[in-house]
Design a protein around this ligand. Structure first.
Ligand SMILES: [Zn+2]
Length: 199
């Protein structure tokens, strides 16, 4: 029981965004009070369970691999992910447009030659140069290595015979790193920690 109580549970807000990680006790307290429901994936679908439903489901569970909390009165499976019913903090948040976030979006790869570089070896490149009316925006600024940057100079990519390895877009909000790097991160969290793009 000691070990079980140190397990952590991913918490989502009503928009199904990861907002926190809490201990098992806190998770159960939210469930018992009706502030949260368990999200459980079975056969590819996500199902929601309130506390009583989860208790019933635990009783009939045949999956012996599952970790359970044993109390005097019942055996209950540990939820991996819960969703808050009322708490709307951290709604969709825009990723700030600045140098570091552009490098993160581009995975520290030069968007012309595709090679990885350290942050200090990357420049920001206006795909459509400013004097051609190119804007300083997510859609027009990419990471570029110094050599590609100087080769392209003030030209449009096609004028320099260069191509972007992918189309630059504004990244969607992503759960904060603290959640992504949590020690109890497990496979059932993965879906909720992926960037929202493509979901
Ligand atoms: Zn390059």
């Amino acid at each position: 029981m000691e070990v079980v109580l140190t397990k952590q549970v991913l918490v989502l807000n009503r928009f199904w965004q990861a907002v926190n990680v809490v201990g098992v006790k806190r998770a159960f307290s939210l469930l018992v009070q009706g502030h949260a429901e368990v999200i459980h994936q079975s056969e590819g679908d996500f199902q929601l369970y309130d506390f009583d439903q989860w208790l019933d489901a635990s009783e009939f569970s045949e999956d012996l691999e599952q970790e359970c909390l044993h109390t005097v009165r019942y055996v209950i499976r540990l939820p991996k992910v819960i969703i808050l019913k009322f708490f709307d903090r951290l709604p969709i948040k825009e990723v700030k447009f600045h140098r570091k976030n552009i490098f993160d979006r581009d995975d520290h790869r030069c968007q012309y030659c595709g090679k990885h570089f350290k942050e200090s070896e990357l420049n920001l490149d206006h795909v459509i140069p400013r004097h051609h009316g190119g804007r300083t925006s997510w859609e027009n600024v990419v990471a570029s290595c110094i050599s590609c940057n100087s080769r392209k100079a003030d030209r449009l990519p096609h004028e320099a015979g260069m191509h972007l390895i992918r189309k630059p877009v504004q990244p969607k909000w992503r759960p904060f790193v603290a959640v992504a790097e949590n020690k109890d991160r497990n496979r059932s969290w993965d879906y909720f920690l992926k960037p929202l793009q493509g979901r």
